[in-house]
Design a protein around this ligand. Sequence first.
Ligand SMILES: CC(C)(COP(=O)(O)OP(=O)(O)OC[C@H]1O[C@@H](n2cnc3c(N)ncnc32)[C@H](O)[C@@H]1OP(=O)(O)O)[C@@H](O)C(=O)NCCC(=O)NCCS
Length: 183
Amino acid sequence: MLTNPDCITPFNHDDPALVAEADGLLDRAFGIGRRTKTSYRLREGERPVEGLSFGLYVDDDTTGPTLRAVISFWHLRVGKQGHQAIMLGPIAVEPHLQGTGLGATLMRHSLKQATRLDHELVILVGDEPYYAPFGFSQVPDGRLILPGPVDPERLLFCELRPGAFDDVSGLVLSPSRFRHASI
Ligand SMILES: CC(C)(COP(=O)(O)OP(=O)(O)OC[C@H]1O[C@@H](n2cnc3c(N)ncnc32)[C@H](O)[C@@H]1OP(=O)(O)O)[C@@H](O)C(=O)NCCC(=O)NCCS
């Protein structure tokens, strides 16, 4: 399978055709109920993190290079102090190509890039067995509160700077909700 990072390109959220293509991929990977998830509430009305959205193209000889996997990140503010963090997601791979390494390629590429861009803390909601090899661990129960239901076993964090999670706790909000909450 083609997992060369060269087939990863920056994803332009301002390109409606590309966004529609990615939406189709996300619906196929997650199912159409995906927008009811708590993580979507944290993205409403926000812009994704600059420089951390990617599309992965696979050329299977019949269709030419085709978007087969996507990943994005979003800004978060945590607790009364408003600690900065980023939320990973969604990450999705076209169902018939899942388990062939595309997700891992996107994870490694985007986390490396996030470190280069000086982001320090990543939070996500997902399967710990999948994300642990990339450096994610379960958030200690009750330390972070999301604005909706989340299975605590699926709430994960990854320090891109050692110690970045040490003094972080409390309510997790999108930047605009945090601004309103602090007025
Ligand atoms: C989750 C997802 C992004 C992973 O991408 P992928 O390309 O299928 O995964 P990879 O091929 O890179 O897998 C890498 C490893 O993780 C394992 N793995 C994949 N999904 C897993 C899961 N849910 N739990 C545990 N391990 C998993 C693979 O078996 C593989 O292990 P190996 O390296 O020991 O062989 C993809 O399967 C997907 O889009 N799923 C549907 C949408 C989704 O659930 N997104 C994530 C929401 S948090």
